[in-house]
Design a protein around this ligand. Structure first.
Ligand code: PLP
Ligand SMILES: N[C@H](C=O)CCC(=O)O
Length: 425
């Protein structure tokens, strides 16, 4: 029987959801309806609490309903919701971003990750006077036209990595290359380097499951960009503030020319940002000719929530603990799989992981390997874990997220659940 809340939602909302992956089409069945969330758990309308590894798709790195964040939003709300004029808190946010991410010298706040990446590539095109954009297969940068080409995340889950509605003329300007394949990048630049405005890349891919960069890949992208005068954009909407206080660029030791941010930067509110070298950022309006604007950009509630979340991730030892919890989870899951004789590989970076049901023995570093994984087994695992009270991302193409609120006991319970589920997979 269809869940009555989902049934009613479908009468009014397209597909019953406001973002496709939530619909559970990647795993079958019906979505959880969440009523509230606290710490590492979401409380659903079925009356159950689930240990949550979705974390609102990333923002909840400190756990749900952190009092510091909620109180900051409440204080901000008591002063008014939006002014459409500059506020001090926007400067505080920009200053904080520049301190945490040293490659960022100037910032522009927007309302989502999609807006951040859309603006970043327009800026790169305006700055270089070139039109082509290089992206990687299975990377997802939101749903703007130029970037919805061979895209990951929900586009993969729904089987529409090239969406109808994207003008062919625009899609033709997007060159899509295999992730972790530097030779393909060098070849593309050798052929069309003087037409390429930018490379945009997830420095750790999290939208085709979790794929870290191979040694030298990000460094290679930077040197190709510098050789040909193109802009290197790290899309850190997912990895920003997660892998390290300064994001994946700090973790990997490679700095891009521009960075896009989202998720954690808004602490759970709809916020995105882009930033980078002053000489490029000053091409943006009102200083430069590249236009960009937003009625609600720099919204005081979003800034308050984001700043409170920045305080949380800046606590000494925060990322080391997150990494340790992520390792505990992944080691436990691998052990459970080994006991059950289930072939499983796991990729992990601090606070992020990906499960691959595959017989492959070597590292999983390519999109082609992800798409060859046993999706049916993932679906059975997902539903088994849900039954056991563990909420994983409802798609084999999404990374999982660990928060600082996941206790050792939560992780141990998750591994116990996996042992039960794997025994009958
Ligand atoms: C790497 C990356 N870039 C961009 C986006 C788009 O962000 P948003 O959903 O806030 O528009 C996402 C997530 O959706 C993402 O994971
Ligand atoms: N992978 C996406 C963002 O990172 C998932 C969020 C969504 O599409 O709703």
């Amino acid at each position: 029987m269809t869940h009555p809340l989902f049934e009613e939602a479908k009468q009014y909302i397209v597909g019953g959801v406001n973002s496709p992956v939530r619909a559970f089409t990647g795993v079958g069945g019906e979505p959880l309806f969440v009523e509230s969330a606290q710490g590492a758990r979401v409380h659903a309308s079925d009356g159950r609490a689930y240990i949550d590894y979705v974390g609102s798709w990333g923002p909840m790195i400190g756990g749900h309903s952190r009092p510091e964040v909620i109180e900051a939003v409440q204080r901000a709300a008591s002063r008014g919701l939006s002014f459409g004029a500059p506020t001090e808190v926007e400067t505080a946010m920009a200053k904080r971003i520049c301190e945490l991410v040293p490659s960022i010298e100037r910032v522009r706040m927007v309302n989502s990750g999609t807006e951040a990446t859309m603006t970043a590539i327009r800026l790169a095109r305006g700055y270089t006077g070139r039109e082509r954009v290089v992206k990687f297969e299975g990377n997802y940068h939101g749903h703007s036209d130029s970037l919805l080409v061979k895209a990951g995340s929900g586009a993969l889950t729904q089987g529409v990595p090239n969406s109808p509605g994207v003008p062919a003329g625009l899609a033709d300007l997007t060159m899509t290359l295999p992730y972790n394949d530097l030779d393909a990048v060098r070849q593309a630049f050798a052929e069309k380097g003087d037409e390429i405005a930018c490379i945009i890349v997830e420095p750790v891919a999290g939208n085709m499951n979790c794929i870290p960069p191979e040694a030298g890949f990000l460094e290679g992208l930077k040197s190709v960009c510098e050789e040909y005068g193109a802009v290197l954009i790290f899309d850190e909407v997912m990895t920003g503030f997660r892998l390290a206080p300064g994001g994946a660029q700090e973790w990997a030791g490679v700095t891009p020319h521009l960075t896009t941010l989202g998720k954690i930067v808004g602490g759970g509110m709809p916020v995105g940002a882009l930033g980078g070298q002053q000489k490029i950022m000053e091409y943006l309006s009102p200083m430069g000719p590249v236009y960009q604007a937003g009625t609600l950009s720099g919204n005081p509630l979003g800034m308050a929530a984001g700043l409170a979340m920045m305080d949380i991730i800046s606590e000494p030892g925060f990322h080391a603990r997150l990494d340790q919890r992520t390792a505990q989870l992944c080691d436990g899951l691998l052990e459970a799989a080994r006991e059950a004789g289930i072939p499983l590989r796991i990729n992990r970076v601090p606070g992020m992981f990906g499960l691959f049901f595959t017989d492959e023995q070597g590292p999983i570093s390519r999109f082609s390997q992800v798409s060859a994984c046993d999706q049916d087994r993932f679906k059975r695992f997902f539903h088994g874990m849900l039954e056991q009270g563990v909420y994983l991302a409802p798609s084999a193409f999404e990374a999982g997220f660990v928060s600082s609120a996941h206790s050792e006991q939560d992780i141990a319970s998750t591994v116990d659940a996996a042992r039960t589920v794997m025994a009958r997979l």
